[in-house]
Each structure stands twice: as C-alpha cells, then as structure tokens.
Design a protein around this ligand. Structure first.
Ligand SMILES: *Cc1c(COP(=O)(O)O)cnc(C)c1O
Length: 442
C-alpha cells in the first residue's frame, strides 16, 4: 500500500510516510489506493484474537514492507490490551476501546505506530546513511496523550521521543524514561498554549535540514501510521458480530478530529461490509453542514461535557475532504451526522447504566445517544449499531456519578497518570529555543 499527500500525486511507501510524515508540498498523507481485505475479514472466525487479526491483516496491507514475522512481533509487542465487543441487545453493541494504558482509544494507534516504526528501523540497520536506523518522534501533548506516547515509544530501539507540553502541570511521565536517566524520552514545556506546541512541531518538521539531521517525524495525528491501525478494530467488531448480523451494520463514532471516522471509512473501502457511520458530535458540529454540501466553515469552539469532541478546526479535515472529493453523493449516504447536547449525553449515561448495566464516559455516551436515536427512530431500523466506547468512565468520575449515582472503580494504572512530573526543560515558544533544547539533549 502506498501513500500520497492530499495535495499531490507523488507516491511514497508506508515507511517513508511514517518517518517523514509531513509531505513537502503541504497537506497530509492518505493511502493512495487500498487493498481488498475481504479474503481475510470474511473468513476469519469469531475466535480470532486481536493480535492474530493484526498479525494477519497488517502484512497483507503492507506487502513488501512488513513481512509476517515482523508483523507478529509488532502485534505481540503492542497489544497486551485488546478491544472488547459486548452485545447489548438485537440492535446494539458496544466496542470498548478504552482498555489501553491511558484509557482512550488513541492508545491503539499510538502503540502500533511505535512498534511498527521500531520494526522498520531495525530492518534498516545495514543501510549506511547516517540517519538510517534511527528516528526522533516529536509530539505535542495535552491531557494523557503524552503518557500514551511516552509509554509506547519508551525503550524502543533507535528512537528518541520528544514530547512538548503547553503551560500548566505535566502529569504521568516516568522520569526514569528521560534521556538524562538513560532512557529515550525528552519532555519539554513550552511557555505558551497547545496551539503554540502544534505550530512548533510543524515548524520543526518544515526546517528540513534540521529534521533530516535528527530523522524527525511526529507522533501526532498527522502521522498516517496512527490512522492505519485504527482500521483493525473495525474489522475486529465485524468478525465478532458477523454471525448474528441479518440487516444493516452501522458504527456510531464519537467524532472530534475525524480520525476515528476516517479509519472506519478506510475499513469500508478495504471491503468490510458496512452500511454507514454515524458521526456523533456534540455542539461542535460544523461538519453537519459540510455533509449537506456546504463549504466547511469551522465554527466557534464551544465547551461541553465531552471535551475530546470540542474541536472547531479539525486538523484531519483534508483527509476527510479527500473522500468527499471522490464521491460526494456516496458519502452522503455513508456518513450520517448527529448532534447530541450535554443534557442528552448525561441522560444517555443514565440509560446505559439502568438498561444495560454499563458505565460510559461522556464521549462514548454521545455515540450511544446517537445510536439509540437511529435504532428507535420513527422510520424503523432493521440492523445493528456498534457504539465505539472511546474513553474510560474512571476518567470522568464526577460526571458518571452525577448521571448514574454510581461510584466508578478506578483502575490502578490510572493513579500513575495523575502524578505531577517535572519536564526536563522549559522554553519560550520559538523554534530556535526548541531546536536548541533538542541539540543540547542529543
Ligand atoms: C480523541 C477522542 C475522541 C475523538 O476522536 P477523533 O478521532 O478525534 O474524532 C473521542 N473520544 C475520546 C475519549 C477521545 O480521546
């Protein structure tokens, strides 16, 4: 499978796309054409484990780049956590994706990216170019994303992970993983906002001589190596469910920056039989007008009780637009936008608990509410909706108890996430300061 920029037709390999993830002429990398995976997904049985699925599908997709032995190692070293599909009734299932190290579905993409990068770099060791066999992964982080990235890249051969944070407390990092203590993680705080951090990453990637010297790429969503592995859990839900499917299959996806939705669309393009996707949004729903055929206009950012969906200017927009540019009419039948307000989100958390005995985080509840609106709609619905549970309820204990009256048990791994840690350096939000900090650490 090859990749191209949303703004050009030059093809690059998967390895080039993940190790040099910002295309020269701007835009974002997307798969050029996708392979038909039906021979795998239609015939895998429901007993297939997640690592088995990944070890089968990944080398099929990445033919010529990732051999089956490498894929086995990647799957084994990545997935000590796996999705769970839970059928609630004839029309609804929940696919739980919040059992990774930081309790968000993003762990799936980040962990695979780190493992596959290490594998591909190790295969390169005989290459005599100076940067061959090593990479520096620059990522902007807020919330627990930094921990997910540090966890995934920590200790991997040939790689240094530089994580930059906006002003405010930094939490959950393990100082033993810092380069100053013999590890491969560098944490830098920027005196500025998260937007400053994202701008600095782009500036550093665009300083091509500097980026080439250190082999710089990014671990943020711009890296297509995070998008690809999200396809695997859609396949997983399908193989677990296919025996009971009689009518339509729809996924309800809590949608912020569109990454998860786009991965679902790729799963469909690869031949997974699916009838549609609900783009479940909170009040930040400018995408709805776009689907109806209007130009995409970023709305004003509205704060809600599902903060990961509070995205007004999605960085993945160009990737989504590439689908619509190809076949707008098909897309209008494939993606149904829905908007769920804060009150309905809380009510959905209550319903999920009272009716099915499950605790949902607010993001998953947005998708759950939208799914119920479809299955119980006036037109009748003959099919099955899979709700993606993207976040862990233990990270929203106050809201979950308010909605359900339940105390959420907190898994032990989360208490580490909340421990304050000191970054290695604090710098002003300028590229030369960032480059100086990197140079002094390496
Ligand atoms: C990031 C995030 C989302 C949104 O996913 P996108 O791929 O950005 O649309 C949904 N739920 C949770 C818990 C998240 O962390």
């Amino acid at each position: 499978m090859q990749f191209k920029s949303t703004r050009s037709d030059t093809l690059v390999s998967f390895k080039d796309a993940i190790l040099n993830c910002l295309p020269e002429g701007g835009g974002l990398y997307v798969p050029d054409s996708v392979l038909d995976m039906r021979q795998y997904i239609l015939y895998m049985d429901s007993g297939t484990t997640y690592p088995e699925l990944v070890a089968t599908v990944a080398p099929a997709l990445l033919q010529g780049e990732l051999n089956p032995f490498s894929a086995d190692r990647v799957a084994e070293s990545t997935f000590d956590f796996e999705p769970q599909l839970r059928q609630l009734d004839d029309t609804l299932s929940v696919l739980t994706l919040c059992n990774g190290p930081t309790g968000v579905f993003k762990d799936y993409g980040i962990a695979f990216l780190a493992a596959v990068m290490e594998e591909l770099l190790q295969n390169d060791k005989n290459d005599r170019r100076s940067s061959a066999g090593r990479a520096m992964i620059l990522s902007a982080a807020r919330g627990d994303t930094g921990v997910s990235i540090a966890h995934a890249f920590s200790g991997r051969k040939g790689m240094t992970s530089v994580i930059i944070y906006p002003s405010g407390p930094v939490r959950g990092l393990d100082p033993a993983s810092y380069v100053t203590n013999g590890g491969n993680v560098i944490s830098i705080q920027i005196k500025g906002t998260f937007d400053d951090c994202q701008r600095l990453i782009l500036e550093a990637l665009n300083d091509r001589p500097f980026a080439a010297r250190y082999g710089i790429t990014s671990g943020n969503a711009i890296n297509p190596g995070r998008l690809l592995p999200q396809v695997f859990y859609y396949f997983y839900a399908f193989i677990k469910l296919k025996k009971i499917l009689t009518g339509e299959l729809v996924f309800s996806v809590p949608t912020g920056n569109f990454g998860n939705l786009i991965a679902g669309l790729y799963a469909w393009k690869m031949g997974m039989p699916v009838n549609g996707f609900i783009a479940a949004m909170n009040a930040n729903n400018a995408f709805g007008d776009y689907i109806k055929g209007e130009a995409f206009k970023p709305g004003k950012l509205i704060r809600t009780n599902s903060p990961a969906l509070d995205v007004s200017a999605p960085s993945n927009y160009e990737r989504l637009a590439s689908f619509y540019a190809e076949a707008p009419a098909v897309m209008r039948h494939m993606v149904y936008p829905d908007t769920i307000d804060d009150r309905t989100t809380l009510a959905a958390m209550e319903t999920a608990w009272k009716k099915y005995g499950i605790l949902l985080d607010p993001h998953s509840a947005v998708a759950f509410a939208a799914a119920r609106r479809l299955t119980r709609g006036a037109g009748g619905f003959n099919g099955h909706v899979v709700v993606l549970a993207t976040g862990h309820p233990a990270k929203h204990t106050e809201l979950v108890s308010r909605a359900t009256g339940q105390q959420v048990p907190i898994p032990k791994k989360f208490t580490k996430l909340w421990k304050k840690t000191d970054p290695m350096a604090t710098i002003s939000p300028q590229l030369d300061a960032l480059e100086g900090a990197i140079a002094s650490c390496c």
